[in-house]
Design a protein around this ligand. Structure first.
Ligand code: A3P
Length: 297
């Protein structure tokens, strides 16, 4: 791990993205109209990108010719740390997606966000997921990458789990990442919205409406009556997106196979992977780390 990860400002960054993070910290200027979508990796970024893209562009989009039918959500909402997207629009087929108001994504911890994000009035939507499902999803994803890049065998789950628990994971320690944004959402409720994957799965309609209100574009009575809330949710659902040709056989601009972003999309799949000892260990860490914060998974 140490060859790929660097500890910077208290978090583990992949060497491939650290350069982009440093560049963004120096050069990125947030606009008040920006929406920044922040997640811990594997907590539903793909889903939230699809939802926010559809929500914010809804007046210009038709469900029959929707960009999500042809492109993976990651190609519609650029990651800040993939700085190429911002320096030149070469990686994006349609540069108009970088037009204002912008929808941008990042996994950066709160403390590492470019200063202009904190100084501006831009909105931050933060999504996280229970640590056990996050870990299993990340381990599975890493194995897809290992297999493709180096034809390597899957990494043993107990080694990957030990690293995750010690905080050595992509943008980890996981718990510190979540806590920073949770506290920011309490301090700045108009600027930072904190959501958990499990809540979105449980009541997606309520959460889509909540997102719309937070971003200053609530659904009108007409839109509600016309079934737009359900329309967006269906279009962005795991079932719809994972069946599309582009997501079964396509690759995103970053070179990833789109299908890797759609595994099961369920809550609680960790029961199929973690031993009782692993569960006890991670639950103990979660309890200790979140103690007194008011946050629970
Ligand atoms: P699983 O590996 O548990 O299936 P990210 O998008 O942050 O990389 O997270 C990937 C996780 O989100 C995967 O979880 C993936 O299946 C799930 N996911 C992708 N699209 C989704 C959707 N539209 N609805 C719900 N979950 C989705």
């Amino acid at each position: 791990l140490s060859t790929h990860y660097h500890l910077y400002q208290g978090f583990w960054f992949h060497a491939r993205y650290l350069d982009g993070v440093l560049w963004m910290q120096r050069h990125f200027t947030a606009a008040d109209s920006d929406t920044l979508l922040v997640t811990t990796p594997k907590s539903g970024t793909t889903w939230l990108k699809a939802l926010l893209f559809s929500l914010l562009h809804r007046s210009q989009l038709s469900s029959l010719d929707h960009p999500l039918l042809r492109r993976n959500p990651h190609d519609l909402v650029p990651f800040l740390e993939h700085r190429l997207y911002l320096e030149s629009n070469q990686s994006l087929e349609d540069p108009s997606f970088m037009a204002f108001p912008r929808l941008l994504a990042t996994h950066m911890p709160f403390a590492s966000l470019p200063v202009s994000v904190k100084d501006s009035k831009c909105k931050v939507v933060y999504l996280c997921r229970n640590p056990k499902d996050t870990f299993v999803s990340m381990w599975s994803f890493t194995n897809s990458l290992r297999l493709k890049d180096t034809a390597m065998d899957p990494s043993p789950i107990d080694e990957a789990f030990d690293s995750f628990c010690r905080g050595v994971s992509l943008y980890g320690p996981y718990w510190d990442h979540v806590l920073q944004y949770y506290r920011a959402s309490l301090e700045l409720p108009d600027r930072v919205l904190f959501i958990r994957y499990e809540e979105m799965k449980e009541s997606p309609r309520e959460h889509l409406r909540r997102l719309a209100r937070f971003l200053g574009c609530p659904f009108s009575e007409e839109e509600e009556a016309g079934g737009l809330v359900d329309g967006i949710l269906t279009q962005c659902s795991f079932e719809s997106l994972s069946k599309l040709e582009v997501n079964q056989r396509g690759k995103s601009a970053s070179g990833m196979e789109n299908r890797w972003f759609f595994r099961k999309g369920e809550v609680g799949d960790w029961v199929n992977y973690l031993s009782p000892e692993m569960i006890a260990r991670i639950d103990h860490i979660t309890e200790e780390k979140l103690q007194g914060s008011g946050l629970k998974f």
